[in-house]
Design a protein around this ligand. Structure first.
Ligand SMILES: Nc1ncnc2c1ncn2[C@@H]1O[C@H](COP(=O)(O)OP(=O)(O)OP(=O)(O)O)[C@@H](O)[C@H]1O
Length: 259
């Protein structure tokens, strides 16, 4: 469904050219929970932005259902890490409704869909609340409901739980899996947490440090929150894979030049 074909992404700054990813290749199938995993700076967010159509590859191509991605479109919705992605002057209901109406969904159907997705993320009671009165986790639920209500071809999630406390993060991962069981949407999920990748993903693309290149594609469909032996083995395998690339710390001499 989504074909990322040997994609190289670069940024031009005033004084240099930064290569964010180099010839990254992967395919996402309908219903996949596909995770991009890698250390900070390996180009995960850049890949997501390229799929969203915000940046163009300098090499390679991105296709959705066979059509080249040429810019942002309603078939791809992004959920970001930041809690301030909601419109502060609109209620939860109005936030979820807004993109539906903007896409021309008739008023009655849009209102029904907004209510339905707000209920799916468990925020029925907060439909008329404003974002500033909600917790971080609740704001992320609204952002997820808003993105899902438009029923995009693929949901793009850029570390959506990274700014949450550990307990809320865990609960949100569980809720996302429940939502997936319910709706069976397709998602591309970015994280630098190995644990989160195994919990959330059915397939994991492991990227090397900057510039990001594909190290491996792994199957994780068998794992949820329960820490089985298999879970731990996969966690270790990915850990070894990622840390094999880390430069070793410089050896300190015991008698450094001290005054
Ligand atoms: N707007 C930009 N201008 C210049 N360089 C950029 C820009 N955005 C990202 N980069 C560089 O591209 C590389 C990849 O960045 P990116 O944010 O995609 O990585 P990431 O894996 O998502 O990292 P993190 O997990 O820290 O968010 C980094 O070296 C970063 O400094």
């Amino acid at each position: 469904m989504l074909d990322v074909d040997d994609v190289t992404l670069q940024y031009k700054t005033d004084d240099r050219l930064v290569t964010a990813t180099y010839k990254v290749d992967f395919q996402v199938h309908r219903g996949d929970r596909f995770v991009l995993l890698g250390p900070s700076g390996c180009g995960k967010s850049s890949l997501l932005k390229a799929v969203a159509g915000f940046i163009k590859p300098v090499e390679g191509a991105i296709r959705l259902n066979g059509e080249p991605v040429r810019g942002p479109g309603p078939d791809r919705m992004v959920v970001f890490q930041e809690f301030d992605q909601l419109l502060p002057w609109k209620t939860v209901f109005q936030n979820v409704l807004f993109p539906l109406r903007a896409r021309g969904v008739p008023a009655k159907e849009a209102a029904e869909r907004a209510r339905d997705y707000i209920a799916k993320v468990g925020l029925d009671r907060f439909r008329d609340s404003y974002p500033h009165t909600l917790s971080g986790g609740m704001k992320q639920r609204v952002a997820i409901a808003r993105a899902m209500a438009t029923e995009p071809e693929i949901l793009l999630m850029d570390e959506p739980f990274a700014a949450l406390d550990a307990l809320t993060r865990r609960r949100m991962q569980e809720e996302l899996l429940q939502l997936w069981d319910d709706v069976r949407f397709t998602m591309l999920f970015v994280t630098h947490s190995i644990e989160e990748a195994i919990i959330v993903g059915n397939r994991i693309l492991v990227l090397s440090p900057h510039p990001g290149q594909v190290k491996a594609e792994l199957n994780a469909h068998a794992f949820g929150h329960e820490k089985s032996e298999g879970f731990a083995a996969l966690e270790n395998r990915i850990h070894t894979m990622l840390f094999a690339d880390q430069p070793t710390a410089p050896v300190k001499t015991t008698r450094a030049a001290r005054p």
